[in-house]
Ligand binder design. Structure first.
Ligand SMILES: Nc1ncnc2c1ncn2[C@@H]1O[C@H](COP(=O)(O)OP(=O)(O)OP(=O)(O)O)[C@@H](O)[C@H]1O
Length: 230
């Protein structure tokens, strides 16, 4: 589905090599030490950082130089990226129609996404009136309406307490699974890996290793991963 072919990502003096394929509908966790390059890897996949070498292929099509908005993926940002002056409905609508030209069918789709995240009654409310968990659910609804085949998340829900975080991760997994999208999530928490991931991309020593099945890897981690997990 998404192939990073002999990829090299450079940020100043920092370099990260990555060569792997992501399959449709799978959930991937990206883990590794602080500063190893997890965020940089995500930024390169979604086009905020160009590849210094190598190619990015989507179903065989070269998207190495495609602009972020032209890629088959969407990103859920840690801070939710909600606009305070817009209503919940308008914030979600931005995912569908950046020009706000919403027709009846779009509104139905937005309300369906808000229903999925249990916020249908909050469509006209401004984000500032919502709790942290509710704000995260608005951001998730915006991802859902975009219906892209790949969803990237960089430490989502980090601002939430443990119980709410787990609730959000479960909701995320269930709703994304309904769309059939694959998910790539950066996380620092081993328990998130077990909760959500089919496979793990371990980033360390200037390399993003190819995905490995999560259960087996976490049950019997290789020495570098064991050192990271502590
Ligand atoms: N804009 C930039 N210019 C130069 N170097 C950068 C830039 N952004 C990140 N880096 C460097 O790239 C390296 C990887 O950073 P990155 O944030 O991707 O790591 P990370 O694994 O996500 O870390 P953390 O777990 O702490 O968030 C670091 O050495 C960082 O200093």
């Amino acid at each position: 589905m998404l192939k990073l072919d002999q990829g090299l990502i450079a940020q100043g003096d920092f370099q990260l090599r990555a060569d792997f394929t992501l399959e449709a509908g799978r959930n991937y966790a990206v883990i590794g030490p602080s500063g190893a390059g997890k965020s940089t890897l995500l930024a390169a996949l979604c086009g905020f950082v160009p590849l210094a070498a190598g190619k990015l292929l989507w179903e065989g099509r070269d998207i190495t130089d495609a602009a972020p908005g032209a890629r088959p993926m969407t990103m859920l940002f840690q801070d939710n990226n909600l606009f305070p002056h817009l209503s919940v409905l308008q914030n979600v609508a931005l995912g569908l129609r950046p020009d706000f030209r919403i027709v009846a069918k779009d509104k139905e789709q937005i309300m369906a996404a808000l229903t999925q995240v249990a916020l249908a009654d909050y469509a006209q409310v401004k984000p500032g009136k919502l709790s942290g968990g509710q704000q995260s659910r608005v951001a998730l609804a915006r991802v859902l309406v975009q219906a892209r085949p790949l969803v990237l998340l960089d430490e989502p829900f980090a601002a939430l307490g443990p119980a709410l975080r787990n609730e959000m991760l479960d909701l995320l997994k269930a709703t994304i699974a309904q769309t059939g999208a694959a998910m790539v999530m950066v996380t620092h928490a081993p328990e998130d890996v077990r909760r959500i991931a089919d496979e793990v991309i371990f980033v360390e020593g200037g390399q993003a290793l190819a995905p490995r099945p999560a259960g087996a890897l976490m049950d019997d981690p290789p020495p570098e991963l064991r050192a990271y997990l502590g």
